[in-house]
Design a protein around this ligand. Structure first.
Ligand SMILES: Nc1ncnc2c1ncn2[C@@H]1O[C@H](COP(=O)(O)OP(=O)(O)O)[C@@H](O)[C@H]1O
Ligand SMILES: [Mg+2]
Length: 347
C-alpha cells in the first residue's frame, strides 16, 4: 500500500496524462504529463470544464456519458484542439469513481496516439532499412564477384587482339563503372568512425559544395540554432548523407528557388524503440514542385528515382548512413514545400 503523499509523486511521474474531474465536471487534479499534453500549467487549467480544455466536444460528451451511465468510456484516436490551438490525437478512458452509488469524480487517462503511431512507423522504417541493407549486400556481392573475371578476360583479349582495343577498353570502363556503383551501394556497411563534430560545420561544408554547383538564381540559406551541442558522428558519412538530400532539393528546383537548412533541438523524442532526452533535428526545406506521387511511398528504396538520369541510390544511402548513427530521415512534401527531416540523437 502506498501512502497518500507518495501517490501524487507517482502520478506526476507517469507518462500517461491523468486528469480528475469533480461531479460538476470541473478539473480538480492534473499530473505533469497532463500539463505537458495540454501545454499549460496546472494553475492555468484547474477549475476548468472540458469545454474549456478542448475546443472539441469529445471529452465533454464522454464525461456526460460516464455521469449518466456510471460506466467507463474509452475513445481511440480522437483529434482534439487545445484552446491555444495545438492539435493532438488522443486515446482516452474516462472512468467513474463512486461514493456509494453516486459518481463523485471522473478519472480520465489520456495517451498521445501520435507518439504510439510514430513508434510503429519508425519500427516499420527500421525493418525496411534492415531488409534493404541485406538485399543490397547480397546483390552487390553477386554483381561484384564476376566483375573481376570479366575485367581480367577483357585485358587478356586486349593484349591478344590489339586491333579490338576500342571494344575491350569499353568493357573495362563499364566494368569499372559498375564496380564503382556497387561500392557506393556498399558504403552504408562501413562502420562509422565517430568523432566529436559540429553539425553546423558539416552543413556549411555541404552548403559551400552545393552553392558552387548551382546558378545564382538558386540560394541555399540557413537558420541554425547556435546552442546545439556537439555530436559524436562520422563527419564524412554525414556530409555524404546531407549532400545527397541537398542535391536532390537543388535538382528538384531546376535552377531557380530556395533551399533552407534549419537546425533545432527536439526534446523527449522517440526514434524507433529508443527514447532520447534530446535529439538534433535538421530540416532541408525547398520550395520546389514536391516529390512526384509515383515515387512517394518507395523513395528510400534503392533504384527508385523520379528523374530520368537518376540512380535512385541517393536517399537509400542517406537513410542507411543516418540510421547507422541511430537517427532517421522522414519527409513531407507538397508543391512549394518539401521538407526532409533528419533526427540525430545526442549523447
Ligand atoms: N527535394 C525533393 N523534391 C522533389 N523530389 C525529390 C526531392 N528529393 C528526392 N526527390 C525524389 O526522390 C527520388 C529519389 O531520390 P534519390 O534516392 O536521391 O535518387 P536520384 O536522385 O538518383 O533520383 C528523386 O529522383 C526525386 O524524384
Ligand atoms: Mg539523388
Amino acid at each position: 500500500m502506498i501512502k497518500h503523499a507518495q501517490a501524487g509523486w507517482l502520478v506526476d511521474n507517469l507518462c500517461t496524462a491523468v486528469l480528475l474531474f469533480d461531479h460538476e465536471s470541473r478539473l480538480t487534479l492534473i499530473n505533469a504529463a497532463g500539463e505537458h499534453l495540454l501545454s499549460a500549467s496546472a494553475r492555468k487549467l484547474l477549475g476548468r470544464a472540458p469545454a474549456e480544455l478542448f475546443r472539441d466536444t469529445a471529452l465533454a460528451t464522454a464525461l456526460e456519458r460516464v455521469q449518466a451511465s456510471g460506466q467507463a468510456v474509452t475513445e481511440w484516436g480522437v483529434d482534439l484542439t487545445t484552446p491555444w490551438g495545438t492539435r493532438i490525437s488522443l486515446d482516452f478512458t474516462a472512468a467513474p469513481l463512486f461514493q456509494g452509488t453516486r459518481v463523485l469524480h471522473i478519472l480520465v487517462e489520456m495517451t498521445n496516439a501520435d507518439r504510439y503511431r510514430r513508434v510503429l512507423r519508425d519500427e516499420a522504417a527500421a525493418t525496411q532499412q534492415n531488409a534493404i541493407r541485406s538485399m543490397l549486400k547480397g546483390m552487390a556481392h553477386e554483381v561484384k564477384n564476376p566483375l573481376g573475371g570479366i575485367r581480367g578476360a577483357a585485358q587478356l583479349l586486349e593484349r591478344e587482339l590489339p586491333e579490338y582495343a576500342e571494344y575491350t577498353r569499353l568493357i573495362v570502363d563499364e566494368v569499372d563503372r559498375l564496380r564503382g556503383l556497387v561500392d557506393r551501394m556498399l558504403v552504408p556497411n562501413y562502420r562509422p568512425h565517430k568523432r566529436t563534430i559540429n553539425i553546423h560545420e558539416v552543413l556549411e561544408h555541404v552548403r559551400t559544395l552545393v552553392s558552387a554547383e548551382g546558378p545564382p538564381t538558386l540560394t541555399v540559406e540557413r537558420d541554425y540554432d547556435p546552442s546545439l551541442p556537439a555530436l559524436l558522428a562520422d563527419r564524412d558519412q554525414l556530409i555524404q548523407a546531407f549532400l545527397n538530400m541537398v542535391r536532390n532539393a537543388v535538382q528538384a528546383l531546376c535552377g531557380i528557388g530556395k533551399v533552407l537548412l534549419r537546425t533545432r533541438a527536439d526534446r523527449q523524442v522517440t526514434i524507433g524503440v529508443n527514447r532520447y532526452r534530446m535529439v538534433i533535428r535538421i530540416d532541408i526545406i525547398d520550395d520546389g514542385p514536391g516529390v512526384p506521387a509515383e515515387v512517394r511511398d518507395d523513395i528510400f528504396y534503392p533504384m527508385v528515382s523520379g528523374r530520368a538520369d537518376g540512380t535512385g541510390l541517393g536517399l537509400s544511402i542517406a537513410q542507411a548512413l543516418i540510421y547507422g548513427h541511430g537517427g532517421l530521415i522522414e519527409f513531407t512534401s507538397k508543391p512549394g514545400e518539401t521538407r526532409f527531416t533528419v533526427r540525430l540523437p545526442t549523447l
